[in-house]
Design a binder for this molecule. Structure first.
Ligand code: ZN
Length: 47
């Protein structure tokens, strides 16, 4: 058994787990982009 360390869902194979984890890494990436956007907009509004 392989467990996702993000949401604790269980998978029979490593391959399935890897595929699933990509969903989380995508979310992480999106978060980063959002954070960056926020900072940018914050920066421009302060000027
Ligand atoms: Zn997960």
């Amino acid at each position: 058994m392989h467990q996702c360390y993000y949401c604790e869902q269980l998978f029979d194979s490593k391959e399935e787990l890897y595929e699933h984890v990509e969903v989380h890494s995508d979310i992480e990436r999106n978060k980063e982009i959002m954070e960056r956007k926020k900072e940018k907009s914050k920066d421009s509004s302060s000027k």
